[in-house]
Design a binder for this molecule. Structure first.
Ligand code: MG
Ligand code: ZN
Length: 235
């Protein structure tokens, strides 16, 4: 049985890769820079995205897609930022795929955006295997989750372009071992950049904004290298 299941999964991922490649081309033509956010549930993705949208809206035309299993709470929260936001309710599916993103964007005029964020369903496992056509994948982990998340979920950390540590304001309270966390992230993805953030501090997202603006300066106006779509790693 196992080989057949693996075969089916392979085909699903192959189809996803093809759709993701089409999306990536669509994004490139529209000149929209796409960032996906992945984390476990409760790591603070939505708070992070809300502050991010608010900040970027001053200078960029931004939109966001938000994946969630059942509720639209996150989308309603993000609308407060003033950015265009659309909910993707996945039902029982614990990740977004390229087809869901493509369908959600059917009615969007991508030319009207500089930046699009995609908040994935809270899950560190299968989002690793589904390319969404994004330019950058950001993985978030909060200081309250423990330092060994990267060791437990190496694939998502390995396929991410940036690791963001969230809720840094709680680091002392939970005796967060910063050096261990960094070492763990880099043991599964050597050289990856890591930034620490807090949505509770004034300018608590500054390190992230600096990193993002650096990327925008170098990448948005020039064609981005098409990232490998074969990131599929079967369990
Ligand atoms: Mg959320
Ligand atoms: Zn899933």
């Amino acid at each position: 049985m196992v080989p057949r299941i693996v075969e089916v999964r392979k085909n699903i991922l192959k189809k996803n890769d093809a759709l993701a490649a089409e999306l990536r081309e669509r994004f490139r033509r529209a000149g929209v820079f796409v960032v996906s956010l992945v984390s476990s549930p409760g790591a603070g993705k939505t708070a992070f995205l809300e502050v991010t949208l608010r900040h970027l809206r001053e200078r960029w035309r931004v939109g966001a897609l938000v994946g969630d299993l059942a509720t639209d709470n996150d989308a309603r929260r993000l609308v407060r930022s003033g950015a265009d936001v659309q909910q993707i309710t996945t039902g029982t599916v614990c990740h977004l795929d390229a087809d869901m993103v493509g369908r959600a964007l059917e009615k969007w005029d991508l030319d009207a955006y500089d930046l699009l964020f995609i908040e994935n369903v809270g899950n560190l496992v299968c989002p690793a295997s589904y390319d969404l056509g994004e330019n950058l994948r950001v993985v978030l982990m909060s200081v309250t989750e423990g330092e060994d998340k990267p060791l437990k979920y190496p694939t998502i950390f390995n396929t991410a372009d940036l690791a963001v540590i969230t809720k840094a304001d709680l680091a002392d309270a939970v005796e967060f071992r910063r050096d261990d966390a960094y070492a763990n992230v880099r043991s599964v993805h050597p050289g990856i950049r890591v930034v620490e953030t807090s949505t509770r501090w004034a300018d608590g997202l500054a390190p992230w904004f600096r990193q993002l603006e650096q990327w925008l300066a170098t990448e948005v106006r020039t064609p981005t290298a098409v990232r490998s779509t074969s990131r599929a790693t079967l369990p």
